[in-house]
Every structure is written in structure tokens, then in C-alpha cells.
Design a protein around this ligand. Structure first.
Ligand SMILES: [Zn+2]
Length: 293
């Protein structure tokens, strides 16, 4: 079957509204001959809404026409809009317990299935108006989530999410916690798996390319290479997350890390780069397995 590599790129649209950043990221993936999957935020600050943004629609549809893919990322990408945020992300803001408490105080009243349903329905509606189709895969902003969200996702006819992380060390590395970063989350397999009886998670292995400095490239790349070897020992699917504001940044550092990682992937694992659309199609056709149920 061969190894496959999936690059998912979060936050273009309602969160990162600067189209020049998206275009820089897109050009990079074009140069690398890597089809990317953009997780697009449908709504954002300043009354921004994807289906009313002709320049963005042209850019995203043009990217899809050239082999890239677009899927759905949250609604407004504000705070904890689909439930609490995972600890590894809360910890980026400093003290973990204080951060948890702050988010809980601010957002607990929004953590209800009917609120999730309303928001997801609006998000799917905007996406469908923009692309003329339903999204295949949903990822929340900051990976906010709780179990009941996945019942809502399934009730609204969505089968795929990409919302749980196999290796949280990528986020520990962001705060330079290199000495005692832990290991993979034993509850999140590295390969696509049934998260509930109706929803499949396409696991995010990690994030390696978040706002780098030149000094960070070597350790973050080493983590990515290690993860890739471990993942491919278990299956054919390796899916990472990166962010458009980093890949499209003018410093080029995220691009440098990804370029080197793509080279290792091609040389050592002979990978094929595919999109989430391809991954879903492979699963639906039965050519890629889904673990557990
Ligand atoms: Zn995001």
C-alpha cells in the first residue's frame, strides 16, 4: 500500500484573515509538491464570514483546483467554543491549574450540546455555501472538546473529526520543555480509529513547526522524525498539524523545518503526500483500515 503523509494547516479564514499569509503558505506547498489540507475557520472578528469574502473564496477554490483540500475548523475559533481545551494547550499560557480555572469560569455556560449543535450547524452552513459541498472532516479551534460533542457531530451527519493528538510532546516543545516532555498519549492511537460508534478520529500526531527560532529547528525536527518512524512502524498514515500563520510567516522557519521533514519522509519512507479528502476516500473504499469499534 505504501506510506502516506498528510499535512493539515489550521486557521486560514476567520482567524488569520490576511490573505497574503495564506498565499505564502500555499506557494510553499506548491513548491514542495505537497498537497495540503487547509482547516478553514468559517467566521471571525469584524463580521467576517467566509461565504461573503470573494477574494478568499477564489483563493481557496483555486487551491482546491490545484490539488489542495479544505475542511472545517471551528466556527469563530474563539476560546473554548466546543468544550474545554486540552491541558497541553492550556499549559502554553503558563500555570495549568490557573488556566483551566480561567477558561472554566469564562466558558462553562457555553458547554452544552444544544450550543454545540447550533454553532456546528452554522459552521457547516457557511462552509457549504462557500464550497458547494459539506465538509468531510471537522476540527475545533484549539482542539476544544468534550465527549458529548461527538454525539452532536454524528447527529449532524459528520463522520470524521481530526481532533485528538497522539504525541503531546510537540506542544511541550513549544514552551521549551525538552527535558521531561512525557510521551505519546496511550489513549490516542497513531492510526485512524473509531472514537465513538459513529465517529472516526484521524489522529493528529503532533505540531512541530509552531513559531520557531533557528535554535528550535533541530530538536523539533528530531521529534518529528522520531514520531514518523514510530507511526510508520504501526501503519501507513502519518498526519501532522501546522498553522498557516507560521508556514506563511516571512521568517521562513516553519517552512525550513517542514522542507527538511518532507525530504526525510521521501528518502526514508518513500511516502506519498495526500489530502484528508484522499484519506477519507481510502477509508470509505476499504483500502485504509480503521482501528477498533
Ligand atoms: Zn486553530
Amino acid at each position: 500500500m505504501g506510506k502516506r503523509f498528510y499535512v493539515t494547516v489550521d486557521d486560514p479564514g476567520g482567524l488569520i484573515q490576511d490573505l497574503a499569509i495564506f498565499e505564502r503558505a500555499r506557494r510553499f506547498f506548491d513548491q514542495e509538491a505537497v498537497p495540503a489540507t487547509f482547516f478553514v475557520v468559517p467566521r471571525g472578528e469584524g463580521d467576517w464570514q467566509l461565504d461573503r469574502q470573494p477574494d478568499w473564496l477564489a483563493a481557496l477554490q483555486g487551491a482546491e483546483a490545484d490539488g489542495h483540500d479544505c475542511q472545517l475548523h471551528g466556527l469563530d475559533h474563539k476560546g473554548c467554543e466546543f468544550g474545554p481545551i486540552p491541558d497541553m494547550i492550556v499549559a502554553l499560557g503558563g500555570d495549568l491549574e490557573a488556566g483551566r480555572q480561567r477558561y472554566r469560569d469564562q466558558y462553562w455556560h457555553m458547554w452544552r450540546p444544544d450550543a454545540y449543535r447550533d454553532k456546528l450547524q452554522i459552521a457547516i452552513g457557511i462552509f457549504a455555501a462557500a464550497f458547494g459541498r459539506q465538509p468531510l472532516c471537522f476540527r475545533t479551534g484549539a482542539l476544544s472538546q468534550e465527549p458529548v460533542l461527538y454525539e452532536v457531530v454524528a447527529d449532524l451527519g459528520m463522520k470524521y473529526v481530526s481532533n485528538k493528538v497522539t504525541d503531546p510532546r510537540g506542544w511541550r516543545y513549544i514552551i521549551e520543555q525538552y527535558d521531561d516532555p512525557g510521551d505519546w498519549d496511550p489513549e490516542v492511537p497513531s492510526q485512524p480509529y473509531w472514537l465513538t460508534d459513529r465517529v472516526i478520529n484521524l489522529p493528529i500526531i503532533s505540531e512541530y513547526a509552531w513559531y520557531l527560532t533557528p535554535e528550535k529547528i533541530a530538536p523539533h525536527l528530531a521529534l518529528a522524525v522520531e514520531d514518523m518512524g514510530r507511526v510508520y512502524a504501526e501503519g501507513d498514515v502519518f498526519l501532522l498539524v501546522c498553522h498557516v500563520q507560521c508556514v506563511g510567516a516571512e521568517d521562513g522557519l516553519s517552512q525550513e523545518l517542514l522542507r527538511r521533514l518532507f525530504r526525510v519522509a521521501r528518502q526514508e519512507h518513500d511516502v506519498t503526500f495526500e489530502t484528508v479528502r484522499d484519506l477519507v476516500q481510502g477509508i470509505e473504499e476499504g483500502s485504509l483500515p480503521v482501528l477498533g469499534k
